[in-house]
Design a protein around this ligand. Structure first.
Ligand code: MSP
Length: 501
C-alpha cells in the first residue's frame, strides 16, 4: 500500500479558528479522504503552534498561564474540526513532550555541525507574524517601520541571539527550487527563487533571550535562551512521525510528505524549512501545496483585520458540515485570492447540492420505490452514458491528482447533472417497466456519490445506505459493477435556502 503523508500548518491558537483556517484544513481533509478511498495508507496531521510571544501575551491578558490557555484552545480547535468532519489521524501540539525532545535534539545536531552560532541581533519584529522584518520588507508609515501584513508598528529589538546559517544554503535552495518539482503551483517556486536572487540569504535568529519570551522550548545547552517559534513549529512535521524513536515509520511516511500551506508562509516552508532539513540530513518533502487567501472586502480574512466569518455562521447557514465543506472547496483557488461572498456560496449550494445532486437522489429514489419496489437488477446501460460516466471518472481522478479540488467537485456534480438529463430524456415514470432506465440513473448517482465522498462524506454515506451500495475505490472503474440496488428510502439531502443577505 502506498503511503501518503499530508499536513496542514499548525495554527496559532491565540483565537478560535475561522473559515480561513477551515479553508486549508478542509482542503487537506478532502485530499486525505480521496487518498484513503483510492487505497493509500494515509497519515493526516494537523495541530496547534503553541509557543511564542503572541500566545504568551494573549494568555497573560486573560489571566491564565500559557499552558492553561493552550490546553483549552487545543480542545476548542478539536471541537471545530470535529464539527467540520475533519478526519485527522494525529493532532500535534508543540507543547507535547515528544515534540519538545525532537526540537532540542535537532537544535543540538545542527549546532554541533557548526551551523548555529551566537551573535548580536538588531532589527524590527512583528509579534503578530512572529517574524523579523528587514528594511526591504517592512513599510514605513509616518517614518516608522510597520508590518506590511498587519499595518502595525514593528518593535525594535536588540539582543544577543543564536543564528542559523541560512546563507550557507543558498546554492542548495536555488538548485532544489529550480530543479525539483516540489512547490505546487510552480509559480510560487519562481516567486521564492526571484526573491533569493534579488536579496540573497541572510542568517536568521533562531533563539530569543528568555527575559523577552519565556514561553517556548529552551536552547538545550543554554537555558537563558528560548528557541524561535518557527524553528520549533516546522519540526512538528518530523516529530509527528516519531522521528527520534522510529526511523522506519519516519522513512515510510516522509518519502511521500505533502505540506498544505497558505501563501503567507511560503518562505518559511521552502527557504527556512528545506535548509533545516538539509542541516539535519533529511530530504525535502515531496510537495508543498500552496493556496491563495480567502479574502473579505479585499483583505485577507484575519482576526487582526477584523473581517473574519466564524465557522459556526457557515454551519448554521448551510445546515451541515458537508455543505460548508463543499461550498468552500468550490471557491478554493491556488493562484488567485477568493473573495468571500454569501450570495455566491448560496448560489453554489442551491444550484449544485440542492437542485442537482439532492434533487436527483430524491427523484430517483421515489421513482425506484414506486416502480420496482426499490429492487433494481443489473442491465447493460447505453454505451453513450457509460462512456460519459467513464470520462467523468477519468477527469475527476486527473483533477484530484493535481489537487484541483474545485474542478473535481464540479465534475462530481456534472455526473449528477447527466442523471437528471437522462431522467428528463427517457421519462421512466411513463414506462411500465423502467428497470433499465432506473439502473442507468442509479449508476450515475452511485458514481456522483462516490466522487462527492471526499467533500460530502455524510451525504455520501447516507445515500449509499439508502440505495444499497458501498463507497468503493473508484480508481479501477466502478461503472456497471453492482449486481443489484435495494432502494430503501429517498432521502432529502440539502434543503434549498433563501438568500438572507
Ligand atoms: N503557526 C503558523 C504556521 C506554522 S506551520 C509549521 C501560522 N499559523 S496561522 O494560525 O497564522 O495559520 C496560518 C495558515 O492558516 C495559513 O498559512 C493558511 O493556510 C490558513 N489561513 C489563515 N487565514 C486564511 C485566509 N484568510 N485564507 C486562506 N487561508 C488562511 O502561520
Amino acid at each position: 500500500m502506498d503511503t501518503f503523508y499530508i499536513t496542514t500548518p499548525i495554527y496559532y491558537p491565540n483565537a478560535p479558528p475561522h473559515i480561513g483556517h477551515a479553508y486549508t484544513t478542509i482542503f487537506a481533509d478532502v485530499l486525505a479522504r480521496y487518498k484513503r478511498l483510492t487505497g493509500n495508507n494515509v497519515l493526516f496531521l494537523t495541530g496547534n503552534d503553541e509557543h511564542g510571544l503572541k500566545i504568551q501575551k494573549v494568555a497573560e491578558k486573560q489571566g491564565k498561564t500559557p499552558k492553561e490557555f493552550t490546553d483549552e484552545m487545543a480542545e476548542l480547535f478539536k471541537k471545530y474540526w470535529l464539527s467540520l468532519d475533519i478526519n485527522y489521524d494525529h493532532f500535534i501540539r508543540t507543547t507535547d513532550d515528544y515534540h519538545e525532545r525532537t526540537v532540542k535534539e535537532a537544535f543540538n545536531y545542527i549546532y554541533k555541525k557548526g551551523l548555529i552560532y551566537k551573535a548580536k541581533y538588531a532589527g524590527f519584529y512583528c509579534v503578530e507574524c512572529e517574524k523579523y522584518y528587514s528594511p526591504e520588507e517592512y513599510v514605513e508609515v509616518d517614518g516608522k517601520p510597520h508590518c506590511p501584513l498587519h499595518n502595525k508598528p514593528l518593535e525594535y529589538m536588540e539582543e544577543e541571539t543564536y543564528y542559523f546559517k541560512l546563507s550557507e544554503f543558498e546554492k542548495y535552495l536555488l538548485d532544489v527550487l529550480s530543479n525539483k518539482d516540489i512547490v505546487y503551483p510552480r509559480s510560487y517556486a519562481d516567486e521564492v527563487l526571484s526573491k533569493i536572487n534579488k536579496e540573497g540569504l541572510r542568517d536568521i535568529s533562531i533563539a530569543r533571550p528568555v527575559e523577552r519570551v519565556w514561553w517556548g522550548i529552551p536552547v538545550p545547552f543554554d537555558e537563558k535562551y528560548v528557541i524561535y517559534v518557527w524553528f520549533d513549529a516546522l519540526l512538528n512535521y518530523l516529530s509527528a512521525l516519531d522521528y527520534l524513536n522510529n526511523r522506519d515509520k519516519f522513512n515510510k511516511y516522509w518519502s511521500n510528505a505533502h505540506h498544505v500551506i497558505g501563501k503567507d508562509i511560503l518562505w518559511f516552508h521552502t527557504v527556512v524549512w528545506f535548509s533545516i532539513l538539509r542541516a539535519l540530513d533529511i530530504d525535502p518533502p515531496r510537495k508543498v501545496i500552496v493556496h491563495a487567501f480567502l479574502t473579505s472586502k479585499g483583505a485577507k480574512m484575519s482576526k487582526s483585520v477584523g473581517n473574519v466569518v466564524p465557522i459556526e455562521e457557515l454551519l448554521s447557514r448551510y445546515g451541515s458540515p458537508d455543505a460548508v465543506r463543499y461550498v468552500l472547496m468550490r471557491i478554493f483557488n491556488m493562484d488567485k485570492d477568493s473573495e468571500f461572498d454569501f450570495e455566491l456560496l448560496d448560489n453554489i449550494y442551491n444550484s449544485e447540492l440542492a437542485d442537482t445532486y439532492g434533487n436527483l437522489v430524491r427523484r430517483a429514489g421515489v421513482l425506484a420505490q414506486k416502480k420496482t419496489d426499490g429492487k433494481i437488477y443489473r442491465r447493460n446501460i447505453d454505451s453513450k452514458i457509460r462512456d460519459e460516466l467513464e470520462n467523468k471518472l477519468k477527469s475527476y481522478i486527473d483533477a484530484m491528482e493535481n489537487y484541483e479540488v474545485s474542478k473535481a467537485a464540479s465534475i462530481a456534480i456534472d455526473t449528477a447533472r447527466l442523471g437528471n438529463q437522462y431522467l428528463n430524456d427517457t421519462k421512466p415514470w411513463e414506462k411500465k417497466d423502467p428497470s433499465k432506465e432506473l439502473y442507468t440513473v442509479l449508476e450515475t448517482i452511485r458514481l456522483a456519490t462516490i466522487l462527492l465522498y471526499p467533500f460530502t462524506p455524510r451525504a455520501s454515506d447516507l445515500v449509499a445506505k439508502a440505495f444499497g451500495f458501498t463507497i468503493e475505490n473508484p480508481s479501477k472503474g466502478v461503472v456497471e459493477s453492482i449486481e443489484r440496488y435495494n432502494v430503501l428510502s429517498a432521502p432529502i439531502l440539502f434543503k434549498k435556502i433563501m438568500s438572507k443577505k
